[in-house]
Design a protein around this ligand. Structure first.
Ligand code: PNS
Length: 163
């Protein structure tokens, strides 16, 4: 049996913490799809949905069983439509647990899909897309918390911003 997993999220942008979870998922499951959620027409954030997908594609190019997709609707509609077996999320702290538990329970109630939680490697425990963006905006260096091309893309975004 082929076990297929989805790693969902907003990925604005993908961090080394996300990469760690995706890489570990790719070694546990036969196929992993990283699904960027959100409405491309109402896209708020630093990167558009298309840019986020491109940054992820580049980041996972050495993982042959990982692909990248986008979904604007209910996540469980995606997993049902694609016959996905399991959702995968990372847990950094108890705050993540509080946030993730009702979503996991709701998704299971809606379609029966389970969520597997991978404990974040402590070296990535404080990393989030939000903090990386904030630190970068104020001139701090987060380059080792992001894939190299993502750090570069973030610098380009900020340089291009109207002052
Ligand atoms: O990276 P994030 O923003 O923490 O990810 C949260 C995400 C995108 C996984 C969650 O908001 C989601 O599943 N959105 C898709 C819409 C949906 O299915 N909502 C109901 C969740 S129970």
């Amino acid at each position: 049996m082929t076990i297929t997993a989805v790693c969902p999220g907003s990925f604005d942008p993908i961090t080394m913490g996300h990469m760690d979870i995706i890489t570990r998922a790719s070694s546990q499951f036969d196929e992993v799809t990283v699904v960027v959620t959100g409405n491309p027409h109402k896209s708020s954030g630093m990167f558009t949905i298309e840019e986020r997908k491109e940054l992820i594609r580049e980041a996972v190019k050495s993982l042959p069983n990982v692909k990248v997709d986008h979904w604007a609707g209910l996540l469980v509609d995606y997993t049902t439509a694609h016959g996905i077996n399991i959702l995968v999320k990372g847990l950094r702290t108890s705050l993540d647990y509080e946030y993730e538990l009702p979503m996991a329970q709701m998704n299971r109630r809606l379609t029966g899909i389970d969520t597997a939680f991978f404990m974040t490697d402590p070296k990535y425990g404080y990393i989030s897309s939000t903090l990386c963006k904030e630190v970068t905006i104020y001139g701090g260096d987060v380059s080792d918390m992001l894939p190299e091309h993502v750090a570069e893309a973030m610098r380009e975004k900020l340089t291009a911003r109207p002052k």
